[in-house]
Design a protein around this ligand. Structure first.
Ligand code: AMP
Ligand code: MG
Length: 325
């Protein structure tokens, strides 16, 4: 197999699965079935999260039956929390794409994503990344990545509300060694290559971070920015759309600095986005400069926080962080 054709069927399948899931999310938004329920950790989850995961896991398990899948949601959580009525809403939306599916099928597909142990090759799915953004009318994403030997090799990210260049609603794709591309999510269009912005002057740069101060310390990021002479205000955005804006040059730095609580990042929150940035010419590490290790299981237990940059500014950010420490 030549370098160019590696992962072609994985990429094609991932793009189809993510597009379909993004359409389901937009169906849910149009029908206003947005009433979220709370998970055990009190974070919100909606019909769209479960429906999106069911469709993606069904597709993966049919086309790549031997690949484990690590996904955010679980049917066990759905039922144990007494949210059985949510299943009616999920089924309504899934049936638009899988007319013959019943509740048992949907529960089984959701649980395809419950793999936990480290695996040499696995898929990871965030069916609605940035559920809070989804609910508040701002950014969210559907994210899917294939990981081999601890590193993402295929990444697909749908951002239905994100504008990059002249496209509003984008699908971003990357295969390791083959670059990052975007195409319109809701129309057909030719994929175009994405490259990070090449600035090496921190003072001229822009940074982005989570909307949620509990997910990423805004104060520490502001200290790093001051140290680097960055005067532009931060771009605050939910979901892995932040990685996409670094790829598109609207931001040059994404800082995810641990906030007070000890939190270990989830693989599904970073696998697709980090590959997109690397293949667009940027660099991704944790706060200490270590490469993200996706080979530990469901979480990035070997890492702390995340920094994604255009590459040229990466060491500047790491040095500023070490001065902060
Ligand atoms: P964002 O939209 O960038 O804030 O990221 C959303 C993701 O943050 C969710 O999918 C959660 O998995 C993750 N998350 C939840 N709690 C934390 C936390 N304390 N620190 C970092 N990430 C978190
Ligand atoms: Mg997420």
């Amino acid at each position: 197999m030549t370098g160019r054709s590696r992962f072609t069927s994985e990429l094609d399948t991932a793009a189809i699965a993510v597009r379909e899931a993004a359409h389901l999310c937009m169906d849910v938004l149009r029908e206003m079935q947005l009433k979220p329920v709370r998970k055990r950790d009190s974070s919100p989850v909606t019909v769209a999260d479960y429906g999106s995961q069911a469709l993606i896991c069904d597709t993966l398990s049919r086309l790549f039956p031997n690949d484990p899948v690590v996904a955010e949601e679980s049917a066990e959580e759905l039922f144990s929390n007494g949210h059985d009525s949510v299943m009616d809403g999920i089924l309504t939306h899934v049936n638009a794409y899988r007319p013959h599916a019943g509740a048992d099928d949907v529960a089984r597909w959701i649980d395809v994503g419950s793999h936990g142990d480290p695996a040499r090759r696995y898929w990871t799915v965030d069916p609605v990344d940035g559920t809070k953004g989804f609910l508040r009318g701002s950014q969210f994403a559907v994210a899917l990545a294939l990981v081999e030997d601890g590193a993402p090799v295929v990444g697909v990210l749908a951002c239905p509300r994100l504008q990059i260049h002249d496209k509003c609603g984008i699908l971003a794709t990357a295969v390791r060694g083959q670059g990052t591309f975007i195409e319109p999510l809701f129309e057909t269009g030719v994929p175009t290559a994405l490259r990070v912005r090449g600035t090496d002057n921190p003072a001229d740069s822009r940074y982005c971070e989570s909307v949620e101060g509990s997910h990423s310390s805004h104060d520490d990021a502001a200290r790093v920015a001051t140290d680097l002479g960055i005067t532009n205000p931060p771009i605050r955005m939910d979901s892995q759309a932040k990685y996409a804006v670094v790829c598109g040059g609207q931001a040059d730095i994404y800082m995810r600095l641990p906030s007070g609580r000890r939190f270990v990042e989830n693989v599904w929150d970073h696998a697709a986005g980090s590959l997109l940035v690397e293949e667009a010419g940027g660099r991704v590490s944790d706060c200490r400069g270590s490469v993200l290790d996706f080979g530990q299981g469901r979480r990035l237990t070997a890492n702390r926080g995340v920094i994604a940059t255009n590459g040229r500014l990466h060491d500047d950010v790491l040095h500023a962080l070490s001065r902060l420490a």
